[in-house]
Design a protein around this ligand. Sequence first.
Ligand SMILES: Cc1ncc(COP(=O)(O)O)c(C=O)c1O
Length: 507
Amino acid sequence: MGTIRARSDWIVEALATCLTKSTAQPRAQCLYEALRSWIQDGELASGSALPSSRRLARSLGLGRNTVLAATDRLVAEGFVETRQGAGLFVAELPAPPKALRDAPLPTAAMRLSRRGQRLLDFCATLSTGHCAFAPGVPALDQFPRERWQRLLRRHQHRAETRWFDYQSQGGLPALREALCDYLRLSRSVNCRPEQILITQGAQQGFELIARMLADPGDTAWIEEPGYGGAQACFTAAGLNIVPVAVDDDGLQPEAVPAGSPAPRLIYVTPSHQYPSGVTMPQARRLALLAAAERHGAWIVEDDYDSEFRYTTAPVASLQGLAVHTPVIYVGTFSKVLYPGLRLGYLVLPDALVDGFRRANARLHREGQYVVQSALAEFIVEGHFARHVARMRTCYRQRQAALRDALAPAVAQGLVLSQGQAGMHLVARLDSHATESQLVEAARAQGIVLSPLSRYYLQGPGQPGLVLGYAGADEVEIDRAGTWLSQAWLAARQASAQAGEAKAVSSS
Ligand SMILES: Cc1ncc(COP(=O)(O)O)c(C=O)c1O
């Protein structure tokens, strides 16, 4: 009933707009043409109820005879039918001629831009759902939904009217204050609330940084292997991407070939390199800061999941190493809460705050102040810290379950990353053939294996698997891990036999 009412409101409103637009035409003609074209285009589907002629006349400020002139003509032409006692309905019409239905749009109209086309190259690494071993997905089943719902309801109820308006403050002040305390204490970020800009996730932060600090053709250093989301953003902004090799200490500034153009941006995940999982030690951080200063570049510090450290104390942020660092700190609630929340933030040097705030309001529009207000209370009341602590324990257990399941393979030489932090492990493989064979076979088991080689921008990349363990429960991890262990052992045996057969045939 509500839908019918809503649809008839929409019809009345759309007809009112048509009437205002075409003042020269007789009113009845105008009504008739508008309704007929919506029916022919399928916008009003067969069987849809139309508002009564009385309601149309009253709402549109027309005489009833004017409305009847239009609807009677539609009935006479078969577009509309009258049902006794029920009113007017869109008639069942034959489908439009095949030629019209099947005619493809001209190819020129469908062509993507070169930039759009390149962007699609990065979409293959998108997360494919909530199952083992989708990387980057938190434990959605563990999120305190009821508490969150209560907070949302309370803040919706209390919402200030101005929160429903366009916003350009850089985010709700209460959230920026709550975040600031958290970032200073937990992440050693050097900041005041005014330096924080709330975004719709880290991705939007990268986008803003690329647009505001670099011009098309400027160079951005990116970790190799690295995060596809950042690679995609910088590519879409038309930057010249230079992949810089990562070793056990993270991005190696000295590995950039001499004579390469100076970077404008340097993107890093120093607390927990994505995807290799290494942590950048102090000496490398200082070398990176020195390189950024030498080149006049900005470092983009993506601190996406550093809350989850298991064996060592939290690593302080790169941004907080000194009072004035050329670092923009990027954070997200996607991993600590849930990705669909679409909330993240930038911590900007004072000189950039105003420009970024205004550009963000112009380009993306701010919003969700009710949600931001609920989140501020979630943090201030300690629910956030408790949730992080609970998830740390949960992820430690899920990682242990994965290690247990993979133990038979590890005993036979499968190499796993250390997993001191984060939400995924990396398993190293010895060939790309094994990588694609395992990825393919896993799909049939409902298991997502992300090939490590796909995180490289250049060359074939190292073969391996990125195994997200946070998003699936221990039973599922055990099932999927046991399968993977057996599949890896079988692949290893098959390749050993193939090697022996080759040796025999060539001897
Ligand atoms: C390295 C890295 N940075 C940032 C993000 C989070 O991005 P967003 O806040 O846009 O969800 C992810 C998510 O997968 C990630 O893996």
